[in-house]
Design a protein around this ligand. Sequence first.
Ligand code: CP3
Length: 340
Amino acid sequence: MNNCFLEACWGRPVDYTPVWLMRQAGRYLPQYMAVRSRCTFLELCKTPELAAEVTIQPVDFLGVDAAILFSDILTPVEPMGLKLDFVPGPVFENPVRSMADVDKLRIPDPESDLPFVLEAIKILRRELSGKVPLIGFGGAPFTLACYMVEGKGSKDWSGIKRMMYAAPDVYCALMEKVTMMDMEYLNAQIRAGAQAIQIFDTWGGILSPADYERYVLPYTTKLINGLNRTETPVIHFVKGSGTMLPVVRKAGGDVVGLDWQINLGDARNMLGQQTAVQGNLDPGVLFAPNDVIEREVKRILDENAGRTGHIFNLGHGILPTVPPENARFMVECVHRLSKR
Ligand code: CP3
């Protein structure tokens, strides 16, 4: 069993820097497109054998040190009562706009409402045994609330901001419910066999540091505190977290995810030795020729300066138009250049 990813999450010494890629299963891989051409994205998420198959594709092709369950952060929102579609971006037919809408939301029972996720995890633990650990994941309450209120992606997220600032009682009631859902769902993933959990807060960085601390941090902290994580490290990724990393750290994750808009060395100095980090290559670098990819990998490893507790990753998801062999070359560079 290749354990270096989990060891690095706990901040322990490893023989080389572990690496995986956010969104490593997906449209940039022809083998994913082949499976995807036979069904919709949601059907793929809801068919455990297919979800397991596309989870393993990048492990085999890229040689990464961890697998991440194939699903979506919005999968558990559907059984809360919102009708979900991907066109290809996510769309909710009945977004949350009022207290009455929040009252109607139910907290799913993962075992009966999301059995396909737990089944995919069980299949994957069997198929990955002796290979690499499996990461489960969920959206942070705030990012899930962003989509639930807007009903789709947004440029300025004015709907969630209006609710947060002008109807804080509705906002708090929604965030409480989403936090409870997340806690049940992620604990069910851990029970089913997920060996680490990543919490994606893609939109946490749209708020000022003060309002992140007031409106987001309490919920993510409650969520992380509520996870059965004595043996399961939690990675907390807030995109755009820059200068608010010390606030993000307060949520209590074992590993803090970094996008590419901060130097890894500066981030580690802000966070202190005790906090492991994951990141932070600009996903766009994977369009570059090999010498530039190698230069950027080396720069990030040099910024880490041999400290324990670094998992190499992109600073956000891999882009669908990246040549797969460039991603594979990046993984090979991380392993070769970090070998102790
Ligand atoms: O990392 C992995 O390989 C595991 C699978 C995974 C997906 N989505 C599959 C997916 C994970 C971890 C996610 C997380 C996710 N989903 C986030 C947080 C991370 C981030 O990228 O910011 C968010 C915000 C979503 C919501 C979402 N799902 C959007 C905005 C979109 C459309 C845009 C896009 O990238 O396609 C999706 C669809 C989606 N989720 C696809 C995949 C492979 C593409 C679906 C397809 O095949 O058409």
